[in-house]
Every structure is written in C-alpha cells, then in structure tokens.
Write a protein of this length. Sequence first.
Length: 371
Amino acid sequence: MWAIWCAGIALLAALAWRLPAQSPPEVDWTRGTLRLYRSVPLARWDAGWYYLVAVNGYHYDPKVLANTIGFYPLYPLLLRAAAAALPSVSIFVVGILLSMLFLLGALVLVARLSELWDGPETRLPAIAAILFFPTSFFYASVYTESLFLLTTAAAIASARANRWILAGFAGAAAGLTRLNGCLILVPLAYLAWEGSARRWRFPGRTWTGLGLALAGVLAFPAYLGVRFGDPLLYVHEKSNAFWSPRPGAPWKTAWRIGKEAWRRLADPAAEGRLLFLSGVACFLVFLALSVLLLRRGLVAEGLYAVATLLFLLCGGTFDGIQRYVLALFPCFFPIAGGLRRSPVLAFAYAFLGIGTGVVLLHRFVHSIFVA
C-alpha cells in the first residue's frame, strides 16, 4: 500500500502540475528559493524555508517579517545530510524521498499500535484511513508531516513496550521536529505513571527516557537563547502579523472562530468560505474521535490528541488544521474500526478522500493555499 500510494501521489502531482489553474501571484516569501522548487510539484510553501535552513543554517533579522528561526531543525538537518550523500539529486527531490521513507516507518508503527483498538484486523484499515485522508499528500511533500508522525508513533510505541530509552530518543526527535512535539510528554508521562505500581516511583530507565524527551523539547529554545539571546524567539517570530493571528486562550479563539463561521455561513460569497468551514468541521470531527479514544481506554493516545487540539486552538487560527491533524494518528483508529465493519463506509471514505485529495493536491502544486 505504501509503495502504490507513493507512486500514485508522485504521478498525480506531476499530472496536476501540467493542468491549468488560476494560481495566485507568486510571491517568493523565502527569498530566492521559488525558482529552485517550481519544477518539483511536491515542494511548495514551507519547502523553501526548510531548504534555507538546510543550506544556510539559521539567521535572524528583526527588521524582516519572516525568518528561518520559524522552523524547527531536525527535518532540515536530516535533509542536509541526505543531500550531501546524494549530491547529484535536487535537494527537494531528496526531501520527498526522505518524507516517503519516514512514512514507511511510521505506518509500520501505527499499524502495530492500531491493534490496541480492535486487534490485528485493524492494521490494514488504519493504514488505509491515514493514506486516504484528503490532505495525506503532505506525507510525501517536503514537509515535516512524515517525520513527526514517525517520531511520535515511535515514542508511544516504545513506551508501551517498556523501552523507555528508545521512547526518550523518539520523544526528543519529536521535540526537535515541531513546537507541538513538546506534547509527546503528555502520553509518555501518563504511560510511565500507568506502568508504575507505586505511581511516580519509576525505574531509572523510565526517568532517563522522560529526561531525554524533555531535553529534546528544550534543545531548540536553548539554542535560540544562546545564539540570539531569546529562548522564546520562535514563539515571538510566529506571533507577528506575517504568520497568523496572535496566539491566545483557547476559549477566546473558539469564540472568535464561532463568530467567523456564522458570518461565513450567512455570506455565500465570503472568500475562503469552504476552506474555513472544512477546518472547523475537521476540528470537531477529530475532537469527537479523541473522546472515543478516551472512552475505549486508550487514555495516553486520547490525552495526546486532546492536548494537540487544544494547542491548535491556542494558535489563534484554524488555518492549516486540515494538515495538522495528520499527526493525530490515534484518531484514525476509530475510523479504521468503522471501515472494517462497513464496506459501504469504506468505499465512501476512499472515494471522498481520494477525490478531495486530488483536488487539494492540484491546488497545492499550483501554490494555492489548502492547509
């Protein structure tokens, strides 16, 4: 399934690039990388930033609206290493190959973890639920989606197998991949507590694993503090007007988004209406799936999903949530259970997921914002 999916995404992206589209004016936010990745359909938007970090490292100019310190280091570091090993291959093609390989490892781990929901028969539907999700093509793009899925799944799978040193390294990798990688500490802490008969009196390897994960979470802020004098520089960078509305309390964001949803429902001509409402629907669906995880007894996975959704609410916007939920692999377990039991639901999910995904992929390769 992985091989067929990767080949299909690559082919569809190449075909989409040759189809016409009303693309917006191309603005090179990443200062010089637009011409480099235009011919690589799965390299768009953030791919330029990861290229700059991989090639030039981090730089910060307070007079510039957007800087490379707005992107975490692990993916571009791996991209640099892989590109050095393949000097004759475009760095963006190398990034696509890396993402696909990370996805393979992630799917193996997710398939194993899906057994917690409904036994071994859930493996294949869980993989299908992930690969047929409309925005799943980001797993094959020059983005962190596959790496983040791999590191978070590895951390939880290792902790459940009582391999705490490995869980710590995987958690540290997640913390170096994205800001919300810090949330991996939530399921790890719960699994440590659940597995300790004396509650919080852990063996040394458990403390070591938790410490490694915490160290990974703190590593990038520490680097920013040492080099630029501000450990919270990433947060300050993402809070400026270039990126998104300012972060805030989740209830304030929910209230503002509720009013915005009502306004857009009342105005059929509102710009970006469908994309915005799909983001709201995506949040509500994954919140319901998180509750199902908690009710089934997968507390660690449910807490991780709920914490991530609350974190997204604190971001002040729903822009991109259709992509961010790709990291919530436990939420695909209830979907997989439904697909396994109902052939009609399985067909509908595949039909709608692939159909919508093709439309979104076509827009993505033409630099139209979809997530």
